[in-house]
Design a binder for this molecule. Structure first.
Ligand SMILES: C[S@@+](CC[C@H](N)C(=O)[O-])C[C@H]1O[C@@H](n2cnc3c(N)ncnc32)[C@H](O)[C@@H]1O
Length: 345
């Protein structure tokens, strides 16, 4: 059965699943999760807790395209370590050991040609290697037959108090209007700055706004800085700049369950069923996976906008000529080709 013969709920295949940020968001938007691919054991414990019945793959490098269940949408926030400026190390970009896993994702996309693909990464992906890495990604998807669009979203506009900028790349297979319809509103809003507001509502909080009263409890910042993957131990460079303040100048960082909240996950989402004995180790694992995750409401907003586009694509799709096989001419995308037979799963 091909993707287009299915009539039930739309489906999504999740790659680089982490703790299931994409998965939870798409499920909330009415999608079924067909599979999850994640290599990290702690993440897999969290995925197994929330999706015990969903088919699991571990290392994407070992996934065979024929084993991937037929799915309408594929999502993947591939590793950003070789791209992120937050690491303060060298940015090897798509040539790096971890971020080059993009090519593994592209290999599978080329073999299965799902209707819609979404990639997510740090906003700095756009200028990694002087923009050439971003060009490679867009070019690779375009050569496979995808119309491609991208947009940087900040989580603070999606109902969570965290400033987190991430780039989302959307590809729609042979559907020109899809990416723009998914990523962009057709009308301008009135803006969020208080100077533009016509009503009496309070402007949204900024980093400098704080809430609370020392006589009643701690004071919290109204907007948290971007969470990133870090340890529970203070090593001088890995602490958040977001603090909860107590009288006499005492401060603490956000707790793991508070980090869950500002990423839009339910409380205790990252508590595994079998707890590691060392609480500090557990906190480090939770901070790390939450810092790597997508903000759930931001993805949910996109997932809801995908549904009508997908519906239109299913109605109008013309099956491709299965004899066509196109090679990507770009030297940085070796061996990735569009099989155009869409026979996965
Ligand atoms: C940026 S995180 C994605 C987080 C995810 N979007 C979420 O919301 O939790 C990238 C993930 O890719 C996983 N990963 C790294 N190498 C992998 C591989 N070879 N195969 C599958 N997953 C891998 C990492 O363990 C990490 O969880």
């Amino acid at each position: 059965m091909t993707t287009h013969e299915r009539s039930a709920a739309p489906s999504v295949a999740s790659f680089f699943s982490g703790i299931g940020g994409f998965d939870l968001a798409f499920e909330r938007a009415g999608f079924d999760i067909t599979m999850q691919c994640e290599i990290d054991p702690f993440c897999n414990a969290i995925l197994a807790k929330h999706w015990p019945m969903v088919k699991k793959f571990h290392d994407i490098r070992e996934v065979q395209y024929a084993d991937v269940p037929s799915s309408d949408v594929w999502v993947g926030g591939f590793p950003c370590q070789d791209i992120s400026l937050a690491r303060m190390g060298s940015r090897t970009g798509l040539k790096g050991k971890r971020s080059s896993l993009f090519y593994e994702f592209a290999r599978l996309i080329g073999a299965c040609l799902p209707s819609i693909v979404i990639l997510e990464n740090v906003a700095g992906l756009r200028n990694s290697n002087g923009g050439r890495d971003f060009q490679t990604i867009i070019h690779t998807l375009a050569q496979l037959g995808y119309s491609v669009g991208w947009r940087v979203y900040n989580s603070k506009y999606f109902g969570v108090p965290q400033s987190r900028q991430r780039v989302y790349i959307v590809g729609c297979y042979r559907e020109r209007r899809g990416p723009a319809e998914i990523l962009f509103e057709s009308e301008c809003s009135s803006g969020h700055d208080s100077s533009y507001r016509q009503d009496e509502e309070e402007p949204p909080p900024t980093f400098k706004t704080s809430f609370g009263d020392f006589s009643k409890g701690p004071i919290v910042q109204g907007l948290a800085y971007c969470l990133y993957a870090c340890s529970a131990r203070h090593t001088g460079t890995d602490w958040s700049r977001t603090f909860v303040s107590y009288p006499q100048g005492k401060v603490r960082r956000l707790m793991p369950n508070e980090c869950e909240g500002i990423q839009g996950f339910p409380q205790d989402w990252t508590l595994p069923p079998m707890l590691p004995i060392d609480p500090e180790k557990l906190d480090t694992l939770r901070y790390t996976v939450l810092g790597n995750a997508v903000t759930v409401p931001a993805v949910e907003w996109m997932a809801r906008r995908i549904r009508p586009v997908l519906h239109r694509m299913k109605e109008t799709v013309q099956e491709s000529d299965p004899t066509v096989t196109r090679q990507i001419p770009h030297s940085e995308a070796p061996g990735i080709e569009a099989s155009a037979n869409r026979s996965c799963g």
